[in-house]
Design a protein around this ligand. Sequence first.
Ligand code: FES
Length: 69
Amino acid sequence: SLLDVIINNNLDFDGYGACEGTLTCSTCHVILDPKDYNALPEKPSDEELDMLDLAYNLTDTSRLGCQII
Ligand code: FES
């Protein structure tokens, strides 16, 4: 996932991925370019959409980074 890329490369995004991908936070919220959003093979699950509802500045192309594979 995008979260794995950030962790595995020791990228410092303060607070990003607080729940470590268990879908209990929205700190991994990312806003994608529409072209990239539509190119993803999987659309967000109902569980992801529920958590996205809690994200700051939600957009039509928002995803949770821990769910992007
Ligand atoms: Fe918490 Fe993605 S890291 S929902």
